[in-house]
Design a protein around this ligand. Structure first.
Ligand SMILES: Cc1ncc(COP(=O)(O)O)c(C=O)c1O
Length: 580
């Protein structure tokens, strides 16, 4: 059945493309390329399906399946219960296996072409989208269609109207923020998940969805060499949250409940939490949602002396001072791989402090935790044995497409006690009740995706050793970039690099930090406006810093080298000024 689709030819309309290649600039709402679908003059689709007029996407469906008329030559705009050529038209159904098969193949081809074109025709895909706000409203209709439109037309619009408004996170020249890592296995997992579409809020609602999640998170915990108490065989266990933000929220709620059971319900205003000033903003949001007073969120200062890791001494002092004032310290959020600079908080001493005061310690390892499946990076989570919870974003750097955020807790009942609900309509009887997990009680929402399927597929279709090597490749590419920066006296590497993020900048001239910040701001704006690469920025100790994060699955050494050349080229303006 798949052969019939291979004859669909996808034609790039080159005229617009050439225009862009020539001037290398991207206007707002430009249409860099167009993919054409259908055009199967060989009649391959039609014949193999018993459909005459084997043309394109929407039409093919209507002719072939929509109307039970094998010789039908009606057009794609015939739907509903009407008649074409005297034959009764089948009612359109939301799910039709033959339509799924046919259009699904077309969609897979479209996506595969997208990845191929990202690699082969980068000039057509400005990495940072160059459109202006509101561009889409100007080119889409004001209201939804009353009648079905063909997939062909829709994909045409995707090519012409949506893709120009995308920032291409999967481009090999994407080096901004942290990557959103994808893979064939992750994609297939998403596809299977979307196809099966089960909702495993309780064990009963879809036993395999629950049981596979328990097993796969045990597998992953073992790859990360997490302590046994995080495994489902102990008191703890893992759950896949949608995002890191959700993960930190549920553990703040669990920790809040735990402490309030001890100190009483009226003590909310005395509860205090700790993190470093580098901690992801999701922590503050989680605290606010959890009712923690904003003024009780202590963000401890960091600087270059600890490479922006949280100093344990500051934590100890803050806790002592708060206790002396009658506050109740109950939560520490430590980070392994901060968002700004991939700094690492020292888990071992922080965990010891947490343990000695009975404070919940959460480890946010959203990005860098993934690297800890490699033995050479595992040391960065040494001390995790004293944490109460640990989170990584497998969609950041474990090739499990958006979204997939495994969270492990030491004591699953602390989470369940805080979040469980027992409506009658979800009750059920089951043997071995104590072995049954109901993931609705481990998260905010009731409905949940079968995300473990994707993670299972990633782990099985690559195997741990390949995953380790993918990560090592990214780290080596970052090292290559770092070497380039270090060899150019006009630039400086700003922080010690541990993983695949390089923090760097044009170096200040005569110690003028303000001018240096302005120049780096101008440099990044210029570089990103080329559309050839996308890097992002942060601020550390008042310095404007450029971030070069490797993690897109198509990135190779040549892309990194080219990125560096682009940055160097656009920096000559400032370097020239330096000589003057
Ligand atoms: C260290 C860290 N924690 C948490 C998050 C938030 O993760 P998510 O976007 O999955 O909510 C990020 C995102 O970049 C992050 O870098």
């Amino acid at each position: 059945a798949s052969n019939k689709f291979s004859i669909i030819t996808y034609t790039l309309i080159l005229s617009q493309k050439k225009k862009n290649i020539n001037n290398q600039s991207y206007n707002s709402c430009q249409i860099p390329f167009e993919m054409e679908y259908g055009n199967s003059t060989e009649n391959g689709i039609g014949k193999s399906n018993g459909i005459s007029n084997g043309y394109g996407i929407g039409n093919g469906y209507v002719n072939g399946h929509g109307i039970g008329n094998e010789h039908g030559n009606g057009n794609g705009d015939v739907y509903g219960n009407g008649k074409v050529n005297g034959e009764k038209v089948k009612k359109m159904k939301p799910m039709d296996s033959e339509m799924l098969r046919e259009q699904g193949h077309i969609m897979v081809d479209f996506i595969a072409d997208y990845y191929k074109n990202l690699e082969d025709s980068p000039q057509d895909f400005p990495v940072l989208s160059q459109v202006q706000p509101g561009y889409l409203r100007d080119i889409l209709p004001d209201s939804a269609p009353d009648h079905p439109e063909p997939l062909k037309e829709l994909l045409h619009d995707v090519s012409k109207k949506i893709i120009p408004g995308l920032t291409h996170w999967q481009s090999p020249s994407y080096f901004a923020y942290y990557a959103s890592s994808t893979s064939v296995a992750g994609f297939l997992g998403e596809m299977l998940n979307a196809g099966l579409s089960v909702v495993g809020f309780t064990w009963l609602a879809s036993p395999a969805a629950t049981e596979l999640e328990v097993i796969v998170l045990d597998w992953l915990a073992k790859l990360l060499q997490l302590p046994d108490h995080f495994l489902s065989t102990g008191n703890g266990g893992g759950v896949i949250q949608g995002t890191g933000c959700e993960a930190v929220l549920v553990v703040v709620l669990a920790a809040r409940d735990r402490i309030m059971k001890k100190v009483g319900k009226n003590s909310l205003s005395q509860l205090v939490v700790y993190a470093s000033d580098q901690t992801h903003s999701s922590f503050r949001k989680a605290c606010l949602i959890g009712g923690i007073h904003e003024e009780n969120i202590r963000l401890l200062k960091t600087d270059s002396s600890t490479n922006y890791g949280m100093p344990p001494k500051s934590l100890e002092e803050a806790i002592s001072s708060d206790l002396a004032k009658g506050f109740i310290p109950f939560f520490i959020c430590a980070t392994v791989g901060t968002t700004s600079s991939a700094a690492v908080d020292p888990l071992f001493p922080l965990g010891k402090i947490a343990e000695s005061y009975g404070i919940w310690m959460h480890v946010d390892a959203a990005y860098a935790g993934n690297a800890c499946i490699c033995p050479e990076f595992r040391e960065h989570i040494d001390g995790v044995e004293n944490a109460d919870s640990f989170n990584i974003n497998a969609h950041k750097w474990l090739f499990a497409n958006q979204t997939c955020s495994p969270l492990w807790v030491k004591d699953r009942y602390s989470l369940i006690n805080a979040l469980k609900t027992n409506p009658e309509y979800l009750e059920y009887k089951v043997s071995k009740r104590e072995e049954v997990v109901n993931y609705k009680d481990w998260q905010i929402s009731l409905s949940r995706r079968f995300r473990s399927l994707k993670l299972w597929m990633v782990l099985r279709l690559y195997g741990a050793e390949n995953l380790r090597n993918f990560i090592r490749d990214h780290v080596n590419l970052a090292k290559h970039f770092e070497d380039c920066v270090a060899q150019d006296a006009h630039f400086e590497v700003v922080t010690t690099r541990y993983f695949s993020l390089v923090c760097f900048r044009l170096a200040p001239i005569d110690g003028d930090e303000d001018k240096c910040n302005d120049q780096n701001r101008e440099l990044i704006a210029t570089v990103n406006s080329t559309g050839k690469i996308f890097i992002s920025h942060t601020a550390l100790s008042g310095k404007f810093i450029l971030r070069f994060a490797v993690g897109a699955p198509l990135t190779e050494e040549k892309h990194v080298t080219e990125a560096w050349q682009i940055i160097q080229k656009h920096a000559t303006k400032f370097i020239h000024n330096k000589k003057n």
